[in-house]
Design a protein around this ligand. Sequence first.
Ligand SMILES: C[S@@+](CC[C@H](N)C(=O)[O-])C[C@H]1O[C@@H](n2cnc3c(N)ncnc32)[C@H](O)[C@@H]1O
Length: 338
Amino acid sequence: MVSRVRHFLLKRSFQLFLLTVSFYLGGYLNGRENDNFREPEVFCIEKTMKRVESQSLLSLAIKYKPTKFFPYLHTGYHRFYERIFEPLRHKRIKFLEIGLDNGNGSLLWEEYFTNAEFHGIEYSNDRVEDATKKVHKFKIHRGSQENVDFLRSFKHKSGGNFDIIIDDGGHHFEHQVNSYKYLFLDSLKPGGIYIIEDIETSYWNGGKMYGREQYGGVNVSETTVMKFKQMVDVVNRKFHDNKFSVFGRVDHWVKSISFYQNVIILEKKDERDRPYDAHYIWPHSLKEPASKQGNEWSFGPSPFHGPDKDDPLWLRYRHARKEWQAKYGPHRVKQVIW
Ligand SMILES: C[S@@+](CC[C@H](N)C(=O)[O-])C[C@H]1O[C@@H](n2cnc3c(N)ncnc32)[C@H](O)[C@@H]1O
């Protein structure tokens, strides 16, 4: 019996050795995982602070503490802005923020953008007073973001043509939508960035904000979130119906729309986008012919003012147009987008 056991152990010794090693190695690795789990870096405030000090927008957020950044857990927009703003940081740009509160946020922007012309819109007299005492570079315009007459005179006084517009004003979806429709079209530069903060209000349906009843919800058609969701089909409308629209004329200018947590960020088209407004080259791939969708290959009035003849994309487009004319007949390709 003893010799049979010895024989068995000798025969299987290598497998037994491997089994023992894997048992101890597994225990060791498991222990290391548990160690990491017990002390996650994200909860170690010292480490976090050290790391953020080296990141500029965050360090300014810690300095000025506006509610849109660290450590407010319903916002934290520095996570999205750093990447978008960094290329513009030292450029000569025009910057507009709606809603100034006590001016802390404006101080942050004054320090962050080193070469910008700053404008702010604020409707509360007290807030205008507070902010005026603090900020140095901001030109403050007193008025309401949903008053189109005021926005028109604002454009006249400020010269429009902004590179960045941030709506951190009334936050009610009527404020957000009304200002967007006017400012994106008329006061944002082609290629500019438009940001709507605090879209959480689209979901609010209890109580008042700035004296206005909240009646939001996930599928309430009037809300900012609900309206901007449809912009996905506006950006892609040449593939289904060129007349599809959510906000009217301004739709033509939307290059991209991104939803982040509590924020919408839109980009405005510029000259480089012109060729891609041309009609769709595979009409037979559409479910219904374009003519039945009521668009007859027409793009309506173009916001661009004529081709840039040196633009290589224009040259390529012109060449393609000839091909399409040969294929589909000139009557179908009659529109020129600019
Ligand atoms: C959230 S605070 C702005 C915070 C500021 N941007 C910052 O980063 O510190 C909102 C501001 O918008 C202003 N506001 C509210 N409704 C407005 C409206 N209809 N037009 C312009 N400003 C408005 C309020 O008075 C308030 O100062």
